[in-house]
Design a protein around this ligand. Structure first.
Ligand SMILES: Cc1ncc(COP(=O)(O)O)c(C=O)c1O
Length: 397
C-alpha cells in the first residue's frame, strides 16, 4: 500500500462516513497544483470547490495569516478587532451593501439571511413569513439552508423540514409570480446556480424579480456563496447583472481557504437585526477576516478580477471548441471562472479519467462537469487543463 492508501484506510475508520471520497490524500500545494502523499502532481480545477481563490501557498495570504495568528487569533464578538472592521469596510465600500454579519460557512450565511428575512417581515408587520426559493438550488446543509435547497435528494430522511419555504422553477418569472402571495416575505436564489448544474440566471428574469420585490416590499436574497467574491470576474455576481439584492450570502473563496461566511445587507434590511438577534462565536474572527482582507485586496487592487475575466474568456473559447469536436458535450455554460459543460453521458467516468491523468475536476449534478479553478490561474495552466480534459473526452466518446 502506498501512503495515500494507508491514510485513506485510517480515515475510513475514524471519520464519519458522510462523503463519497476519491482514493486520494493530499499533502501540499503551490499555485494551482496540489501533490498527494506519494508525490503525484495534480492540476487543480476544483480549488476546494471554489474556495482557494488565491491558489495554494499564496505568499501574501500565508504571510498575513502567520502575522495575524502571532498577534491575535480570536476574541469574542463582545469586542471590536481591526481585521474584522477592515474586511467589513472593504466589502461595503465595494458593494451596494451597508452592513456585514460574519459567520463561518456558506450554510450559516444563508441561515443568517433567512432569519433576517423573517425578522424583516416582523419589523414590517407583514402577515406572513414565507420564503420562495428555487428548484435545483443548493444552499447548504443546516436545517434552514437545506430546506431552502430545491433538490429532494438533500431532504431525504430529514422531515419535518423548516415550514414556510416553497420552491419554484428557476429562470421562470411566471411561476414565481404565481407563487407570491400575501404571506411571502422574501425570494431567495443563486444568481448562478452552482451545485444544480452551473446555470446562470437570465438578466431580464432578475430585473423582473427585482421589480416584483420592490412592488411588494419583498426582500431579494442572493446566495453568492459559490458565484461571489470574484469568481464571475466582478467582485460580486449581482454586479454582472446590474441587479442589486437586499441581502446576499458569501463564503467559500472569501478568505482563500480559511473558514468564513458573510451575510451582507442594505441598511433598509439590516436594521431588522438588533443586538441579541443573531450571533456566531467564531464569526469574523481576526484570523479569518485578516485572510479575507488579502483576498479582497488582491481582487480589487491586485488585478485579479481582470485575470478572471481574461481566463474566463479563454475557458469559454476552449470549451466551445471542445463542444464542436466532441458530440457528447451538449452545452457550455457559466460566467468567468465558474463554468460547466453538460454531457450526454454521466460525468463521473470522465471526471475519474481526468483525475487519473492529473487534472482535478468535480461534477455539478449527474452530467455536468464544473470548472472552478483558483482565480490566479494563468493562460498556460488553462491550456494544460484543456489538453488533459480533451484526452478524457476522447476516451469517453
Ligand atoms: C450556492 C451555495 N450556497 C451555500 C453553500 C453551502 O456552503 P457551506 O458548505 O460552506 O456551508 C454552497 C456550497 O457548496 C453553495 O454552493
Amino acid at each position: 500500500m502506498n501512503k495515500t492508501e494507508i491514510l485513506a484506510q485510517r480515515g475510513a475508520k475514524v471519520v464519519m462516513n458522510t462523503y463519497s471520497r476519491f482514493p486520494i490524500a493530499f499533502d501540499h500545494g503551490e499555485g494551482v497544483y496540489a501533490w498527494d502523499m506519494d508525490g503525484k502532481k495534480y492540476l487543480d480545477f476544483v480549488a476546494g470547490i471554489a474556495v482557494n481563490s488565491l491558489g495554494y501557498s499564496h505568499p501574501k495570504l500565508c504571510a498575513k495569516i502567520s502575522e495575524q495568528c502571532q498577534k491575535l487569533m480570536h476574541v469574542s464578538n463582545l469586542y471590536y478587532t481591526e481585521p474584522q472592521i477592515e474586511l467589513a469596510e472593504l466589502l461595503t465600500a465595494n458593494s451596494c451593501f451597508d452592513k456585514v454579519f460574519f459567520c463561518n460557512s456558506g450554510a450559516e450565511s444563508v441561515e443568517s439571511m433567512l432569519k433576517l428575512a423573517r425578522k424583516y417581515a416582523v419589523m414590517k408587520n407583514k402577515p406572513g413569513r414565507d420564503i420562495i426559493a428555487m428548484e435545483k438550488s443548493f444552499h447548504g446543509r443546516t436545517y434552514g439552508a437545506v430546506t431552502a435547497t430545491g433538490q429532494d435528494k438533500y431532504h431525504k430522511g430529514l422531515d419535518p423540514m423548516l415550514p414556510g419555504i416553497k420552491h419554484v422553477p428557476y429562470n421562470n418569472f411566471e411561476a414565481l409570480l404565481n407563487a407570491v402571495d400575501e404571506n411571502t416575505c422574501a425570494i431567495l436564489m443563486e444568481p448562478v446556480q452552482g451545485e444544480g448544474g452551473i446555470v446562470p440566471a437570465d438578466k431580464e428574469y432578475l430585473q423582473k424579480v427585482r421589480a416584483l420585490c420592490d412592488e411588494k416590499d419583498l426582500l431579494l436574497l442572493f446566495d453568492e456563496v459559490q458565484c461571489g467574491v470574484g469568481r464571475t470576474g466582478e467582485l460580486f455576481a449581482y454586479q454582472v447583472y446590474g441587479v442589486e439584492p437586499d441581502a446576499a450570502a458569501f463564503a467559500k473563496g472569501l478568505a482563500g481557504g480559511v473558514p468564513i461566511g458573510a451575510m451582507m445587507a442594505k441598511d433598509s434590511a439590516a436594521i431588522a437585526f438588533q443586538p441579541g438577534d443573531h450571533a456566531s462565536t467564531f464569526g469574523g474572527n481576526s484570523l479569518a477576516t485578516a485572510a479575507g482582507t488579502v483576498v479582497v485586496d488582491e481582487l480589487v487592487n491586485g488585478g485579479l478580477l481582470e485575470n478572471v475575466k481574461k481566463q474566463g474568456e479563454l475557458l469559454t473559447k476552449k470549451l466551445l471548441e471542445l463542444k464542436d469536436k466532441y458530440g457528447i458535450i451538449t452545452d457550455v455554460r457559466g460566467i468567468g471562472l465558474m463554468q460547466g459543460i453538460e454531457l450526454s453521458i454521466p460525468a463521473g467516468p470522465v471526471v475519474a479519467d481526468a483525475i487519473d491523468k492529473g487534472l482535478l475536476l468535480v461534477g455539478a449534478g449527474a452530467n455536468v462537469i464544473r470548472f472552478v479553478p483558483a482565480l490566479i490561474i494563468s493562460e498556460e495552466e488553462m491550456n494544460e487543463a484543456m489538453e488533459i480534459l480533451e484526452k478524457a473526452l476522447e476516451n469517453a466518446k
